[in-house]
Design a protein around this ligand. Structure first.
Ligand code: ZN
Length: 287
């Protein structure tokens, strides 16, 4: 069971596990997802060390070490958006990136289909409880390309946002809950989540077993994140960001070239996106 600091270091009032500040003095204690996952750092490190030891026995520790270092240095959290949404988001002065449940409850969007809606709400409740409402989802990538099944435009988020608000889960929430047969109220298996600073340990603990002597540096990006446009076959490490963020959190984007648009509307949106990225000083790669 995660051990979460239960008293305020400032005024000693009891803290609530789901809040980010003290109810007595307002002292900021950090997002609940980070406070929860911090208690698992030793379990994750142990998993990583076991994976490294196994890879030594298979003669591929060098490549696993290279993969781990690459993730530590180059990995970013990426969200994927369709051009119509991104064009509007970049153009809005007050746009905030919200979550599914907040949007449906505010009636600014309709629910997904019945099974997808139950899946999302059930998984969120099982993994996060009360603060699930505040979680935004991204994927970990080392080539700045994310889950194209969720949109052709990949947007990389600022490292500082991820340090301050982010944690990671080794796979898609829904498949994680299913794979481990976690029912609402059950404990989450330890060592399968990470704080942002430990993301390379999580990536290696998950991926090391698939790295063989023939693996090269060119394979790393797809080992970490594989998305061919079908959500059912996506493989990735999920990033959980607590709270809303705006376009100020965007540091780079990988967006289809305007000439790749298949409709007049998309051509128009992609043109607007490229112009907005230039004016906002956000690095843009055409894909
Ligand atoms: Zn306090």
């Amino acid at each position: 069971m995660p051990v979460i600091a239960d008293h305020c270091p400032n005024c000693n009032s009891p803290l609530s596990w789901e809040r980010d500040s003290c109810p007595g003095c307002g002292h900021y204690v950090g997002p609940p997802n980070i406070r929860e996952v911090e208690s698992e750092r030793d379990a994750l490190k142990a998993r990583y060390e076991q994976a490294a030891e196994d890879s030594r026995a298979r003669g591929c520790l060098n490549m696993v070490t290279e993969f781990t270092e690459r993730v530590a240095q180059d990995s970013v959290a990426v969200i994927n958006l369709w051009p119509s949404f991104l064009a509007q988001f970049l153009n809005g002065e007050k746009s905030l990136y919200s979550g599914y449940t907040l949007q449906t409850e505010a009636e600014t969007r309709r629910a997904a289909n019945l099974s997808n809606d139950r899946e999302r709400r059930g998984t969120e409740g099982t993994l996060f409880g009360d603060y699930g409402l505040q979680i935004r989802y991204a994927a970990l990538s080392i080539d700045c390309i994310g889950l194209v099944s969720y949109g052709s435009c990949s947007v990389s988020l600022r490292n500082a946002l991820c340090i301050n608000k982010g944690t990671l889960l080794e796979e898609n929430s829904y498949s994680f809950v299913h794979r481990h047969r976690i029912l609402p109220g059950d404990q989450i298996p330890e060592g399968r989540r990470a704080v942002w600073q430990d993301r390379h340990y999580l990536a290696s603990a998950k991926i090391a077993g698939t790295i063989v002597q023939a693996t090269t540096e060119r394979n790393f990006a797809k080992l970490l994140l594989l998305s061919n446009g079908d959500r059912a076959t996506d493989e990735f490490i999920e990033v959980h960001i607590y709270g809303a963020f705006g376009k100020e959190a965007f540091v780079a984007a990988a967006v289809p070239a305007v000439k790749k648009a298949t409709t007049q509307e998309e051509r128009c949106d992609l043109g607007k996106i490229h112009d907005s990225l230039v004016s906002l000083g956000i690095l843009c790669k055409q894909v």
